[in-house]
Design a protein around this ligand. Structure first.
Ligand SMILES: [Zn+2]
Ligand SMILES: [Zn+2]
Length: 522
């Protein structure tokens, strides 16, 4: 059984009503790993829904967290913002209402494309509305117990004057790390480190809980029954452990069913965007492969399995794996393990699977074709010819358009140089020897009478390298040179088949002609 169905079964054994919570502190560009969390939550949500559970998925934007440091991508002026909450820091581009919104907006748009449309909650708004007031009051009342739990679970020292609430100072705008003078509901009286003395109303966004407590408070406020989180939180003495005790002993509610997930590590050469210079983000990952492929790449592994995300050549393998699963989904014998993969494929479809196998054009082919022509219609024309497609459904064209856009994004930003090429409009200045020219003559006459098909071209070229005694390596090299001025290139047969036959023949002829004087010299 697929892991999402196993978790759904466990949850249903507890209750038919479920609330899955996921979220992030949008303090900067959002890592690919955060996609895993959202995709994991969505998978369990979908599995529960299919089991007719009464289930809701919420996304918590932790917009009331402070900016902890000035990240490298921020201008120096942001030094002054450190310590302020990110819902009150200006957005770096000027187009969003806050720093938090600037970073979370593109991410939320992206997960919507994956079919993930949770109810969105902004932590700062819940503080403003007073939703945290009762939990804050309980936590402050029981602060000695809170300190004991923190000491026992984390093994760390907790100061005698520990106070589980940080007022937000209206003068310096920061979360105060000054001194608390006293508490009487609803006011916390304090002196800020800037010298300002004031009182914070716990029913307003005048201050916040430390995040370990805030997490537990959110479970109670929203009635969270299940939550995926990074495995660091699940470590012994980690925030899930403290959260469980806060829930059981302080706030008196049931802690949620945990889904700890392993990290996603960036691998391979292509993790830095070629023009922006920044590491591949969650938003990039969505533009590199279409949504169902990205979903599938996470869903096929158990949450406790580590995933390497390779935005370089590995992308091609991931898409091939997806296409294989897709084919299997629409027909064929499967074993137990494959059944889970097919279930992953099914969950991965934002709008559910189609009734029959969609048109499959391998990414590897598209990588070549989009480098030969710019225009989508011409891409279609080439594909119809090379892949022998009589007609395409509108939905298939859309699917293809999406793939083409992703391939272009990948080529421009992340693809390694060895897969990038451009067809030279004129014959480059290459030195061809006598053997090359003989080979080109021989290949010219064979290609001239050939059906313009990738496999046939490949076989013909290969045979000619033997019959003309040039050797496969030199023969292929010679052809790559006259078309793309490189010694290596895409798979030759398919590559030439995507080009116009006449263009190929003319180029070979031209190369022969231009080489004749130099071959006579020798
Ligand atoms: Zn912005
Ligand atoms: Zn202050």
């Amino acid at each position: 059984m697929h892991w999402a169905d196993v978790i759904a079964k466990d949850l249903l054994a507890r209750s038919n009503t479920q609330l899955i919570s996921t979220g992030i502190t949008p303090s900067g560009y959002i890592h690919v790993g955060s996609l895993r969390e959202a995709i994991t939550a969505q998978a369990v949500f979908k599995a529960l829904k299919q089991q007719k559970a009464d289930v809701k998925l919420i996304y918590m934007v932790d917009s009331f967290d402070p900016l902890r440091k000035r990240y490298a991508f921020l201008p120096e002026s942001y030094d002054a913002e450190i310590g302020k909450v990110i819902s009150e820091i200006p957005c770096p581009c000027g187009q969003h209402s806050s720093y938090a919104e600037h970073f979370i907006k593109p991410f939320l748009d992206s997960i919507a494309e994956l079919g993930i449309e949770p109810e969105i909650h902004w932590t700062h708004k819940h503080y403003e509305q007073g939703d945290f007031a009762s939990a804050i009051d309980t936590i402050i009342q029981k602060r000695e117990l809170v300190a004991t739990i923190l000491r026992e679970v984390t093994g760390r020292d907790v100061p005698e004057d520990f106070f589980p609430y940080s007022p937000k100072c209206p003068k310096c705008g920061k979360l105060s790390n000054g001194k608390v003078l006293g508490y009487e509901f609803p006011y916390v009286r304090y002196v800020c480190h800037c010298g300002e003395e004031g009182k914070a109303d716990v029913r307003k966004a005048d201050g916040k809980l430390p995040w370990r407590l805030e997490w537990a408070a959110k479970w109670k406020i929203f009635g969270v029954t299940c939550e995926p989180f990074g495995k660091d939180h699940a470590a012994a003495g980690g925030s899930y452990d403290t959260g469980v005790r806060f829930a059981n002993e302080v706030l008196m509610n049931e802690p949620p069913f945990p889904i700890p997930y392993e990290f996603v590590q960036l691998k391979g050469k292509g993790q830095i965007h070629k023009s922006t210079g920044s590491t591949v983000t969650g938003v990039d990952a969505l533009r590199i492969t279409p949504p169902p492929v990205l979903n599938y790449n996470f869903l096929r592994y158990n949450p406790d399995r580590h995933i390497d995300y390779d935005s370089g050549l590995g992308v091609l393998d991931v898409v091939d794996d997806y296409d294989r699963a897709e084919k299997l989904f629409y027909g064929g014998e499967v074993d137990e393990k494959e059944r889970d993969l097919l279930r992953a494929y099914e969950i991965a479809q934002p709008k559910g699977p189609r009734e029959h196998l969609p048109l499959q054009i391998p990414y590897r082919h598209l990588v070549q074709v989009v480098q030969i022509v710019d225009d989508f219609q011409r891409v279609l024309d080439i594909l119809k010819r090379t892949e022998n497609i009589a007609s395409m459904e509108e939905r298939d064209i859309e699917l293809l358009r999406q793939r083409v856009e992703c391939v272009r994004f990948w080529l421009a930003g992340f693809a390694p140089d060895e897969v990038r090429f451009s067809i030279l409009k004129t014959l480059p200045n290459v030195q061809l020897g006598e053997a090359d020219v003989n080979f080109l003559r021989c290949i010219y006459s064979s290609l001239k009478v050939l059906d313009w098909n990738g496999d046939k071209i490949h076989d013909t070229v290969y045979e000619s390298t033997k019959s003309c005694a040039i050797g496969a390596k030199s023969g292929f090299q010679c052809l790559y040179q006259i078309f793309i001025d490189r010694k290596q290139g895409p798979r030759l047969g398919y590559f030439l088949s995507t080009l116009d036959k006449e263009f190929v023949l003319n180029r070979i002829e031209e190369a022969i002609r231009s080489a004749i004087p130099s071959s006579q010299d020798t």
